[in-house]
Design a protein around this ligand. Sequence first.
Ligand code: URA
Length: 226
Amino acid sequence: MGERPVDLDVETNETLEAVRTFVEAQAEFGLTEFRLARADADAPLADLYESIRDCRMCGLCENRRNVVFGSGNPDADLMFIGEAPGAEEDRTGLPFVGAAGALLTRMIEAIGFQRDEVYIANVIKCRPPGNRDPKPEEVGTCKPFLERQIEYIQPVAICALGLFAARTLLGTDEPMGSLRGRLFSYRGIHLIPTYHPAALLRNRHWKRPAWEDLQLLRRVYDNADC
Ligand code: URA
């Protein structure tokens, strides 16, 4: 089937004409390639995602279906950081979409935010087979990607979900019992560790302290100059 001409409005035609004139002028100076510059806030994040969506820097690439980069608002004031994707996250390419994810959504809403207002990511971007603990070399390879996400998003506060995320970000081996309930600083950003939602599904006695941690997170946000 032949291509049918498309009717464009006057304004669109004028814009296209201006682009054509610009491109032709550039071509006269020998320019043969153009990269589209994106002015939107998530351009650096999108570029980072593009650079790792086919990552093969560690063995986790062998079994993963999707790199689970992160989701949410690239301008978020709050970031929630977990450990690594599970089966459901690997299948969909999105973080925290399984049972623990449903609880995380409720935790976020309990302190007055919508899930899509915050940003959610993991330390490790590919699912460890059988949900085993990530190996130190996998952390070493993947952590810089998270560091760059944090750098681009510049949240007011980070909630580290679970011992693995808290220890990795804080560079400590303290137990959760002594980390939670406290306010830390990660590269100048407030950081509050709390129990991982999957742990909360297993142990209801941790729900009260986790709620206190979330209230602390909310207070930190309310007192921040954002
Ligand atoms: N557990 C995590 O730490 N991250 C996810 O994305 C899902 C479950």
